[in-house]
Design a protein around this ligand. Structure first.
Ligand code: ZN
Length: 182
């Protein structure tokens, strides 16, 4: 279980669980409850975010939280239950940057198998250059491609997404990019 803290107790009855391959033809170890038989499946989580842009500039947020405190990132976070990927991306953009955006198409789908995550970034056109960053953000500001602090970008998924954005922008056509980072 390299991704997350192992499950200790059964979600259904509270008994201690054991990690073993269930007897139902499964091939992976799961947290199985010896008392009630509940099998706890653990699957990748979705991280949803945006590439907010205004003219030739992109909005980045300086992180006020760990990990990567003080590094720059695109607004993004874990998707919540009950929302769509688009709604989640818009919510994170509002929470982290306080930015007023028009949500547009999907730009990148980034698998991160090492940590069991899939990151989705949408294009988002900024309606204004006034931002109201939340507590997770020290500062939100716009950068042209030449101004992007490439050495200070918090995550590989964000770096790859920014590279796609500027490449597509130069081509004059935006597509959906299926990526993987290790
Ligand atoms: Zn149980």
């Amino acid at each position: 279980m390299p991704f997350r803290t192992p499950i200790k107790h059964c979600r259904n009855c509270g008994q201690g669980v054991v990690y073993r391959v269930p007897d139902d033809g499964d091939i992976r170890e799961r947290a199985v409850c010896p008392a009630c038989g509940t099998i706890h499946y653990e699957n990748p989580l979705n991280v949803v975010g945006t590439v907010p842009y205004l003219g030739d500039r992109v909005l980045l947020c300086k992180r006020n939280i760990e990990p990567r405190w003080g590094k720059w990132t695109l607004p993004a976070g874990f998707m919540e239950l009950g929302e769509t990927t688009l709604q989640g991306a818009a919510r994170e953009t509002d929470e982290e940057a306080g930015a007023d955006v028009e949500m547009q198409g999907l730009l990148t789908v980034v698998s991160v198998p090492r940590v069991g995550q899939v990151h989705l970034f949408y294009l988002a056109r900024l309606r204004s250059d006034r931002f109201a960053p939340g507590h997770e953000t020290i500062e939100a500001r716009l950068f042209t491609e030449n101004e992007i602090p490439w050495e200070e970008i918090a995550f590989k998924t964000v770096r790859e997404t920014l590279l796609c954005y500027f490449e597509d922008r130069r081509r004059g056509q935006f597509g959906v990019h299926n990526l993987e980072v290790t």
